[in-house]
Design a protein around this ligand. Structure first.
Ligand code: ADP
Length: 191
């Protein structure tokens, strides 16, 4: 199996690159943000709960997020591997992912981290908000809060993988294809 954590602040390009990576490497894409939005749209209990946090740009509590992610992974017993997009966002989530992977007889192979300057992130998200209808992309204050949450609560998760020599930062500014090539060249060393 090949299990990749795609990391980075909101607007860094994780979703865009994930869809290219799943095609190339035949992986299952698990985006916790997408799963939450699906639940919000369908007005499930999980969606109602998650919306309370997401609309403000805060993190959904770890227990809720971890339980959901575990269930999604277990729905794919024949997967060749996973791209985790937007998960883990905290150290407890990273630890829970390790436990889950060990249970399944596998592991996280690497964390690929995309980054871009804050003003560029805000600009990209406001642009995305115009088409996507995502409430959390339409309000600059919510966007800046999400970036703040990333810096304060999420960025530390990188050190968790760095300590295991699994952390690979990649510049998220450039053409989509150039960034994709850089991601692939790291992945291909593991394949
Ligand atoms: P972005 O990376 O652009 O912020 P996502 O779609 O990954 O967008 O996430 C949207 C929102 O969903 C986050 O702001 C957060 O509220 C919630 N969320 C997604 N993943 C997680 C997670 N792993 N832990 C807690 N909350 C999460």
């Amino acid at each position: 199996m090949l299990n990749i954590v795609l990391f980075g602040p909101p607007g860094a390009g994780k979703g865009t690159q994930s869809s290219k990576l799943v095609d190339k490497y035949n992986l299952i894409h698990l985006s916790t943000g997408d799963i939450f939005r699906y639940n919000i749209k369908n007005e499930t209990d999980l969606g109602v709960l998650a919306r309370f946090y997401i609309d403000k740009g805060n993190l959904v509590p770890d227990k809720v997020t971890i339980d959901m992610l575990q269930a999604e992974v277990k729905k794919n017993p024949n997967a060749k591997g996973f791209i985790f997009d937007g998960f883990p966002r905290t150290i407890p989530q990273a630890e829970a992912l390790d436990v889950l992977m060990t249970e399944l007889g596998t592991k996280v192979d690497l964390m690929l981290s995309l980054d871009a300057p804050e003003d560029e992130l805000v600009e990209r998200l406001l642009l995305r908000g115009k088409d996507s209808g995502r409430a959390d992309d339409s309000n600059e204050e919510v966007i800046r809060n999400r970036i703040g949450v990333y810096n304060d609560q999420t960025a530390v998760a990188a050190s968790y993988y760095d300590n295991q020599n699994k952390y690979f930062p990649i510049n998220g500014v450039g053409s989509i294809d150039d960034i994709f090539e850089q991601l692939c060249s790291v992945i291909d060393k593991f394949n």
